[in-house]
Design a protein around this ligand. Structure first.
Ligand code: PLP
Length: 289
């Protein structure tokens, strides 16, 4: 990622080549920090308050100090001048374990190349079992299901495994082949005019883009069903796609070696992608009614 700007709580704009954390920071030593990623459209961060609210929830679930959301808002505003389209990552770490010195920072990066090409061709996915009952993922505080922590090495390893197997990304399955989410995405599929997605009771991340889809779909003629679904239901879909802040709505055209639907990007993903871009352009980031 090309870094465009960096702001640090209590320091303001900082040269991105300069160090921000101590070597004994908990984020580094144990992956014990919270983060958020959103997308900036023409200088407007998408649903920043929702991301800050989720940052606070993640921090609480990991027993980190509470982040100051107003200070984070100012931090983002400080760097926005001159930023057009970008990815925005917020990080909140408790600092070193021997003292109370939390550190918060915001990194603006260039949107990675290749997303539009992938959207046009559609993504290949493999399912990967994680061997945990979904009920446990949702409820066990030590598993941290649905928490955006900096311990994402396993998620990155899943994407790497997908690439090794000739796909673009992975979809995690809980015990019993229950569909969960991707390493950095929520998953959706369509049958007729109904869109299906795993419910939050499966311990998945409450995606902000997922919220957008839930709000925008009815106006486009789709109803939403959230539930506990097996892999076979996803495999039999007419169309599938993922949702996430930076990659937005991305078609999934292939699962575990077989075509999903007709093996091409579908109309629902395309309509939702357009709706997302329209909402992002208004600044309100709410779907048009
Ligand atoms: N699920 C996981 C595990 C994620 O890490 C992410 C985002 O990074 C998502 C889903 C999608 O969430 P959002 O739409 O808020 O980006």
């Amino acid at each position: 990622m090309t870094t465009l700007a960096l702001t640090v709580l209590g320091r303001g704009l900082v040269d991105p080549t300069q160090p921000v954390l101590r070597a004994d920071d908990e984020a580094l030593l144990r992956g014990r920090a919270a983060f958020e990623t959103t997308r900036v459209y023409a200088g407007k961060p998408f649903r920043l308050d929702d991301h800050l609210a989720r940052l606070s929830v993640s921090a609480a679930r990991m027993d980190l100090p509470e982040p100051d959301c107003l200070a984070f808002r100012d931090l983002v505003a400080e760097a926005l001048e001159g930023i057009g389209d970008a990815s925005l990552r917020l990080v909140w770490t408790p600092g070193p374990s021997d003292g109370e010195a939390p550190v918060g920072f915001a990194i603006f990066g260039a949107i990675p190349a290749g997303h539009e090409e992938l959207r046009a061709r559609g993504m290949k996915a493999i399912s990967l079992p994680i061997g945990v009952p979904y009920e446990l993922r949702a409820k066990a505080p030590w598993i941290l299901g649905g928490v955006k922590s900096t311990s994402y090495a396993a998620n990155m390893a899943a994407t790497a495994e997908a690439k090794r197997r000739g796909a673009d990304d992975a979809i995690f399955l809980a015990e019993g082949e229950i569909v969960l989410e991707g390493p950095t995405t929520n998953i959706w599929w369509r049958s007729g005019q109904t869109l299906f997605t795993p419910s939050l009771e499966t311990g998945i991340l409450a995606g902000i883009t997922r919220d957008f889809v839930i709000e925008a779909a009815p106006a486009l003629g789709y109803s939403i069903e959230q539930g506990v679904y097996e892999r076979s239901e996803l495999a039999a879909a007419e169309e599938a796609f993922t949702s996430s802040s930076v990659r937005e709505l991305m078609p999934v055209i292939w699962l575990d070696g077989s075509a999903l639907g007709d093996g091409r990007p579908g109309p629902t993903q395309a309509a939702l992608q357009q709706a997302l871009r329209r909402a992002a352009a208004t600044g309100s980031a709410r779907p048009e009614s």
